[in-house]
Design a binder for this molecule. Structure first.
Ligand code: DGJ
Length: 718
């Protein structure tokens, strides 16, 4: 291996990726992290050659992005599979590396500016071809995937295909997210010890407990400091991310689809491709997230029009669809400045509760005798877009479609499996079931003039067997859901989709490559939303996060919070209202209109800037901001998330500003705390250099739990 090794140094967006290229091994990462500059780094091949110890392979292992036993890797192999017990350890006669520097790779219909290395390894004796694709984007983000093709005459079963990226020994601490329904994205930390920390999703979606981004960094890394690396699996089906450390010192972050037994059997000439593993790093989590956000925003399909403020009917009316009430909601919403009206669950045949109707995608004539037109037309006449809820992958057994086609319901030889929310999963891998759902959706979208879909997914895929033989169907189901989204978007240009899965159980870059917004959680309580939004934005930029203002008394927690806290928290993402405006006082409506106006004023900044967080010195005070890319302006939210132990609570710094510019700081009027003695700067504003605001900070006002202030910061020219 040594004789042929070459070195490739790729540099983009402050990231260097140094790769060792051999003629018989897939690329091996020697460095992934800070830019190493222009100098010749070929000596790294010699400098990093590791001594060979006892009782290991007698050659130094070359740990590629798809590590294999054949090149000395003693951990979990990147490819597991076999041809009935044969061909289970891949080794290459030859690997061809091809570099595409034109920057046209990555997005299907546009230049991404990314450089791509494609490496194709051929294993003649085992009749396999394995390909890896490694991209470095202008943001400094890395994307990696692998594919295996069966060149033999007999079938080859893929058990796992998990690309990996190494991190250095300084990455001694792990962080990922977990949660449950209505309580997603709760951070958890642990030492990165020897062994493997694996986060798996077996429910046909990432799940409420999704790791989202698995990070490894210098112990105690925070938002602003501490070098940290992270991986995310851009896939909406079963999947795993893992952090593995071997006694040899290797630390890998890896990820791939979890395949059920027999799920992917490649016939001769067929190929399986893994989902993309997205890798980012930064000096602190903000810099890691910024690389993901920048890459995502650079896609040609990223939503670029101002994100319409929406009203969603779910917590306003639930299943109680009453036209006069909904028309009143639409009128009141339009008067507030709402731009999109979304009719949630309950509009289709038999859907008076959550026990029936799913799958029968026709407007219920009993509830909507004239169809949806009276509502949709009024919404359009009021200048708003009309959005509609669907759950295309799901079915109630109490539905006409399930009665007529029991074979379209995923299941095993034991039946369709346990219900969840009284529902089961329609087999979109079945061509007729797929065509049925697509045609019904097309008819409703075209017939009603639907501009926006809220696409829900409330049941995990338990016992998801497909077809008469009940073969594992999660992989095919995931691809079919993607195909359906792509097909509908292709057929209805401008149609937008919100990804929802009982709240935030499907938050991943696979689905979000097709969707324009994600429903962060069914919990709208602003107290919980502080955490939910903070950690969801580790992956997604604010314009993709559905953030709603709910009723005074939250429906999921019963917590009562004032409008300033609810709206000042929801302001931060793609704003919506989910509250029965018919039962809301004129005074509250006027205040709400003010918040909608403020959001519209701030949204060009909120939806294009860099997300920053202060590392709290007082754990009760969370400061989050969005800073314009040219650092000419910023907006910050200072929230008290619990009781502070010191009183007054101390200073808060404003991260992300240009240290060499002067800034004027003003508190935005709707968020001035009442009944408190305010520091002078809260009343009168203050002007200071960015260096002072970012290093010394400001004296925090006296904030009790669930109070916040919003700060508007503008550079002072001259
Ligand atoms: C779960 C979603 O998260 C809610 O927002 C709502 O759409 C309900 N499903 C409707 O059934």
């Amino acid at each position: 291996m040594d004789a042929t090794a070459r070195l490739l140094h790729l540099r983009r967006g402050g990231t260097s990726l140094v790769l060792r290229l051999d003629d018989d091994v897939l690329p091996a990462v020697l460095h992934w992290g800070p830019d190493l500059g222009e100098g010749d780094v070929t000596g790294m091949l010699t400098a990093l050659a590791v001594p060979v110890g006892d009782s290991v392979a007698t050659a130094a292992p070359v740990v590629s992005v798809l590590p294999q036993q054949s090149s000395g890797w003693l951990g979990r192999p990147g490819l597991l599979g076999s041809r009935a017990g044969q061909a289970w350890s891949v080794a290459f006669d030859h690997v061809e590396h091809e570099l595409d520097e034109a920057g046209t790779a990555a997005w299907p219909d546009g230049a991404s500016g990314a450089v791509r290395l494609r490496s194709v390894g051929t294993d003649g004796p085992d009749a396999l071809t394995v390909t890896t694709e490694l991209e470095l984007h202008p943001s400094g983000l890395v994307r990696l995937r692998a594919a295996v093709r069966n060149d033999g005459a007999d079938g080859y079963e893929v058990r796992a295909l998990e690309p990996a990226l190494p991190v250095p020994a300084e990455a001694g601490e792990l962080l990922d997210l977990t949660g449950r329904y209505s309580h997603e994205r709760s951070p958890q930390r642990r030492p990165f010890d020897q062994g493997t920390w694996v986060r798996e999703s077996w429910g046909g979606r990432p799940g409420h407990d999704s790791a989202t981004v698995l990070c490894a960094g210098r112990p105690s890394f925070g938002f602003r400091a501490g070098r940290v690396w992270g991986v995310h699996l851009a896939w909406s089906g079963n999947g795993a991310v893992a952090a593995e450390q071997l006694p040899s010192g290797w630390r890998l972050l890896r990820g791939g689809e979890l395949l059920l037994p027999g799920e992917v059997r490649l016939a001769s000439g067929e190929q399986y491709t893994s989902p993309w593993l997205v890798g980012s790093w930064g000096e602190g989590l903000d810099a890691l997230a910024a690389r993901i956000h920048r890459t995502w925003r650079a896609r040609p399909t990223h939503p670029r029009t101002p994100r319409p403020v929406l009203l969603n009917t779910w917590e306003a009316v639930y299943f109680d669809h009453d036209l006069p009430h909904l028309l009143d909601l639409a009128d009141k919403a339009a008067a507030l400045g709402v731009e999109r009206f979304v009719l949630d669950d309950g509009w289709f045949r038999g859907r008076r509760h959550d026990r029936a109707g799913l799958g029968d995608w026709e407007v219920d004539p009993d509830v909507w005798p004239q169809g949806l037109a009276p509502l949709a037309d009024r919404v359009h006449a009021l200048g708003m877009q009309f959005g509609l809820w669907f759950e295309p992958e799901m079915v109630n057994l109490d539905s006409d479609v399930a009665r007529a086609h029991p074979d379209w319901v995923l299941g095993t030889s034991h039946g369709p499996g346990l219900p969840s929310r009284q529902q089961h999963v329609l087999d979109l891998g079945h061509p007729d079931a797929y065509a049925h759902v697509r045609d019904r959706m097309v008819a409703v979208i075209a017939g009603t003039g639907v501009d926006y879909l809220k696409w829900d997914h409330n049941r995990p895929l338990l016992d998801a067997g497909h077809g008469p033989d009940r073969t594992p169907g999660v992989h095919a189901q995931t691809l079919a859901a993607y195909r359906l989204m792509d097909e509908l978007k292709g057929r209805f240009p401008g149609l937008e989709i919100e990804s929802c899965a009982a709240g935030g159980a499907r938050v991943d870059l696979g689905v979000m490559d097709r969707c324009d917004r994600v429903w962060v959680s069914d919990c709208i309580d602003a107290h919980e939303r502080q955490r939910l939004q903070r950690w969801t934005s580790l992956l997604l930029p604010p314009e993709m996060l559905g953030t709603h203002i709910g009723a005074d008394k939250d429906h999921s927690t019963g917590r009562v919070l004032d409008l300033t806290y609810r709206a000042g928290t929801a302001l931060w993402g793609h704003l919506g209202i989910e509250w029965d405006l018919s039962a809301t006082s004129a005074e509250q409506l006027a205040a709400l209109a003010g918040w909608v106006r403020l959001h519209k004023e701030l949204r060009p900044l909120l939806h294009s800037g860099d997300v920053v967080h202060a590392d709290p010195t007082n754990p009760a005070l969370w400061l989050e901001g969005v800073v314009a890319p040219d650092r000419s302006e910023a907006v910050y939210r200072l929230a008290a998330v619990e009781h502070t132990l010191t009183w007054p609570p101390g200073r808060v710094t404003l991260p992300g500003l240009d240290p060499d510019r002067r800034y004027e700081v003003q508190v935005l009027p709707p968020a001035v705390p009442v009944g408190q003695v305010l520091p002078g700067w809260v009343r009168d504003g203050v002007e200071l250099p960015g260096r002072v605001l970012g290093t010394v900070g400001l004296a925090a006002p006296l904030l009790d739990p669930d109070m916040l202030v919003l700060l508007r910061v503008r550079a002072v020219e001259g």
